[in-house]
Design a protein around this ligand. Structure first.
Ligand code: S3P
Length: 445
């Protein structure tokens, strides 16, 4: 539990932890590459640490000296059967992506997680992995974790069957990445069809490590059994973590926040466009265009107005939608979010959590099956926030609390550690800041 009181304005320069999505992928690909992969600015969140622990249990030597992670890759076929169940904690990315790799192994593995993760839909990965020839099952008729996974045995000929022109039934980067990873263990080329593009970190990192990945017009092809070569990478700051501080500035007139070295992949930066459309000046500079583009992002607080979020743009800001709701709560007019049904299957049902908590803060709003509407108010009212153990709900409403009258209590402060340990320390310093002082990010050291 944590209490937060409103503050007048924020002026700060902030660093954020390394990108969570990229950290998961880089660690998993490093584990099945040949040689030592070194990852600087690896995400310190419990989700990514769960990925490292699972990889260790699969026989991969991983060390975490200050500021980086070193992974001794075992090669595509070097993973070992784990002696126990693999615990993915709260992390959907760990479970879904690792399942793709494990589907290609001839040994047995069982993946579990906390109560939230065990309630999330897994049928979307189980069905296509079965089509590729893996034995995969789960609770509730193969739709929920724990998951049991065994890939093809050597006697059945080496490798999985490639999926050909498989249309992804949901716009999910986790599903896409799971199948791309399984595709590394398939005899031939796996082709996936995406109707709405989702984050392409897997495509980028796999290419960087030497895999053959072709992505054209919504079709993604990955060749089986590539030779993956270890790399040394600097992981950019997490735009989903930066979004909290940008929103904190946006909802408070006279505020200004600069977040340094943030990943700016265009399939992840929908929140910056949404903020601009709401009337918030957002500047990006200088954009480095490496294997993942990155740069500094500045947002300035002022008057916001309501916008509409369309189904097509949802994947580019899926994790930032609770923050869109918080910005909408102080914007002039109405904001409508459509096509965001996936939010019901995150760490909690984020549509109902957003509506429950905005209502508590005195904001007129309502839910629809695949989204919600919010009518902005002049001033938020402090209240009791129910996070449902969901880190992004906790952090979004902690930001809302900064702009609220009176005190806000967040029922669970610890849940933020899955993606952003140290979030509340930064928030505390930010709410006292009226200077251009730098608030450091939090690395593994
Ligand atoms: C993620 C993809 C998104 C996002 C999640 C991380 C990833 O999920 O919500 O926090 O790293 O691939 P979906 O792709 O399942 O929507």
């Amino acid at each position: 539990m944590i209490e937060i009181t409103g503050c007048s304005r924020i002026r700060a320069r902030v660093g954020v932890p390394g990108d969570k999505s990229i950290s998961h992928r880089a660690a998993m690909i490093g584990a099945i590459a040949e040689g030592e992969t070194i990852l600087a600015n690896f995400s310190p969140g419990a989700d990514c640490l769960a990925t490292l622990d699972c990889l260790r249990a699969l026989g991969v030597a991983i060390e975490c000296p200050p500021g980086r992670v070193s992974i001794r890759g075992v090669g595509l076929s070097g993973l070992r059967e784990p002696a126990d169940i693999l615990d993915c904690g709260n992390s959907g990315t760990t479970m879904r992506l690792l399942a793709g790799i494990l589907a290609g192994q001839s040994f047995v593995s069982v993946l579990t997680g906390d109560a939230s993760l065990r309630n999330r839909p897994m049928g979307r990965i189980i069905q296509p992995l079965r089509r590729m020839g893996a034995t995969v099952d789960g609770r509730e008729n193969g739709s929920k974790a724990p998951l049991f996974i065994r890939g093809p045995s050597p006697e059945r000929g080496c490798g999985l069957l490639p999926l050909r022109d498989y249309t992804l039934p949901v716009a999910s980067a986790q599903l896409k990445s799971c199948l791309m990873f399984a595709g590394l263990y398939a005899r031939g080329t796996t082709t996936l069809l995406e109707t709405t593009p989702s984050r392409d970190h897997t495509e980028r990192i796999l290419r960087l490590f030497g895999a053959k990945v072709r992505a054209t017009g919504g079709s993604i092809g990955v060749d089986g059994f590539p030779r993956l070569q270890a790399r040394h990478l600097e992981i950019p700051g997490d735009i989903s973590s930066a979004a909290f501080w940008l929103a904190a500035a946006a909802i408070s007139p006279g505020s200004e926040v600069l977040v340094e070295s943030v990943g700016l992949n265009r399939l992840r930066s929908g929140f910056l466009h949404a903020l601009r459309r709401m009337g918030c000046p957002v500047e990006v500079s200088p954009a480095k265009d490496g294997w993942e583009p990155s740069g500094d992002v500045r947002a300035v607080g002022g008057t916001l107005h309501g916008i509409e979020i369309t189904p097509e743009e949802v994947p580019s800001l899926i994790d930032e939608i609770p923050l869109v709701a918080v910005c909408a709560a102080v914007a002039r007019g109405k904001t409508i979010v459509r096509g965001a049904n996936e939010l019901r299957h995150k760490e909690c049902d984020r549509i109902s959590a957003v509506i429950e908590n905005l209502t508590e803060m005195g904001v007129p709003c309502g839910e629809t099956p695949d989204g919600f509407w919010v009518e902005g108010v002049d001033r938020l009212r402090g209240g009791f926030i129910r996070t449902h153990g969901d880190h992004r709900i906790a952090m979004a409403f902690a930001v809302a609390a900064l702009a609220a009258e009176g005190e806000t209590v967040i029922d669970d402060a610890d849940c933020v550690s899955v993606s952003y340990p140290g979030f509340f320390e930064v928030l505390g310093r930010l709410s006292e800041s009226d200077s251009a002082g730098r608030v450091p990010g939090h690395g593994l050291d």
